[in-house]
Structure formats: structure tokens, C-alpha cells
Design a protein around this ligand. Sequence first.
Ligand code: GLU
Length: 297
Amino acid sequence: MATPGAGRYAPSPSGDLHLGNLRTAVVAWLLARSTGRRFLLRIEDLDAVRSDPAVALRQRADLAALGLDFDPPLVVQSERCGAYEAALEQLGDRVYECFCTRREIAEAASAPHGRVGHYPGTCASLSVAERARRRAERPAALRVRAAAATSTVWDRWAGEVTEVVDDFVVRRNDGTAAYNLAVVVDDGAAGVDQVVRGDDLLDSSPRQAWLARELGLSAPSYAHVPLAVNAAGKRLAKRDGAVTLADLAAVGVGPAEVLGRIAVSLRLAEVGEPVTVAVLLDRFDPGALPREPWVVA
Ligand code: GLU
């Protein structure tokens, strides 16, 4: 029998999960399990400064407290540098060294014809001598040579999303694999064919799908979940009060009640109704999920 595909939840251990993150995890679990997929957990801890192993442990405990289960193996990105280097090697001369500072990129991108957030291609065709000179000044990042390809993905809720792919970074100048590379390599290696995450990452999907194809992998299906926002309509954050399981427990709201609130927000339960993830799985209808942000008041 063919191995079933997999879904995943991939938090960065830079802070405790808040209600919006937990809700996205619930949706990812429901979509994976309702389609017979494995469900994997990946710790995205490549940012050594902001990642904290104690936070990663709390995130796992919080997900378990809601009743979400994961299939092995647990993937920890900081242990996978060899896989990222192998992918870079595979890309060969489809990557190039970039010596630009953030400031130089911002200045070039704000020039006429520049596109905000897109790399303007400054280092794309440096001569060998110029590269040697620049290497002595600062370490290089690596960027893909995307030649302004367009890439289209299909998102379960947003529909068709087409973007021009810029020459994005695949290895940062501190030698660490960049987020876009690590995600694609890890999803490919684990057989992830269903990506569910917050819709702040919708824009990165065409780049990632493009990179997957460059690496000979198939692009996954996508489902980007609308974010949770506060009463003012701003993205939910720690300062918005009791938003993590620990904060909520401190004011007498346990994980079962939190799951209930999440279920109500997904239109899968009535207010105050006790639920479990198994009950939610029975009721789950992806087509009926709200498409607008969840206002956590
Ligand atoms: N680590 C990312 C985050 O916590 C998610 C990456 C992904 O799902 O592709 O926002």
C-alpha cells in the first residue's frame, strides 16, 4: 500500500503558542486526520537567538493538552543542517552569492521599477574578481536565480495565488539555511503533501512551491488559516492579555474550555458545549470554516 501523505504543524519556539496558533494547529490536525494523513510536528528553531528549547517543550505540552497527537518522527530543524546543505549543492549554479546589506536592498527596491520586498538582483551577475573582493568584506548569503519566474499555487480557501518569484535567500550570511529552503526540504523529506498554516505565510507559498519543483519535489497542497486578531483588528499578540494556555489556566480557563472556544470559532460547536478533538473530527467540514480573521475579544 502506498504511504499516506502527511500534514504538519511547524511552530517556531520563540514564544508560547497563543489562541490563534493553537487554532491553526487544530485546523491542521483536523484536515490531516480527516483525509487519512499522518500528522507531524516540526520544531523550526533555525533562528538560534530567538529559539528556546524550553519554549519548544511547552508548545508540545500545550498541543497535547488540547488532545492533538502527532506521528513520529519529531523533526528539529537545527539537527538537519546536512539536508539543507545537500539541497544547496543540488541547486548548484542556480544559486549565487549576495553581499548586499538590508539597507542596500531597501534602497534599491524603493527605486523606480523596484518591488517592495523583492530582491532587485544587485549581485546576480558579479564578476569573479568582484565576488572575490566582496568576500573579503563580508560573508555572502546565497540567493536562488529565479529569473522572475511566476509560480501559482492553489490554496483551499484563498484559491489561486500567483506571484513573481524573486531571487530569495536560501542560506543566510551567517551560514544558516533560510526559512524558505528549510521548509521545502523538510516537507519534501517527510512526505508532507498538505501544508496548513497561518495566512500571514500565504505570500511565501508560490516561492516555496517553485523551489520544491527546482529540487525535484512535488509542491504540497496549501490551506492558509485566517489569523486571530484582537478587538482592534490587529494580529493577536502576547500583550493582548490572557492568550496562551498558561495565561488562561491562571484565570481558571482550562485546555478543554480553550478547545471549546476554538471549536466555536471554527463553527464546530455551540458556546459552552464540551468537545474533544475526536468530536470535532466527526463534525469537520473544511468548506464551512470561516474565511475571515478570528476576533478574540
Ligand atoms: N515556523 C513558522 C511559524 O511559526 C511556520 C512555518 C510553516 O508552517 O511553513 O510561523
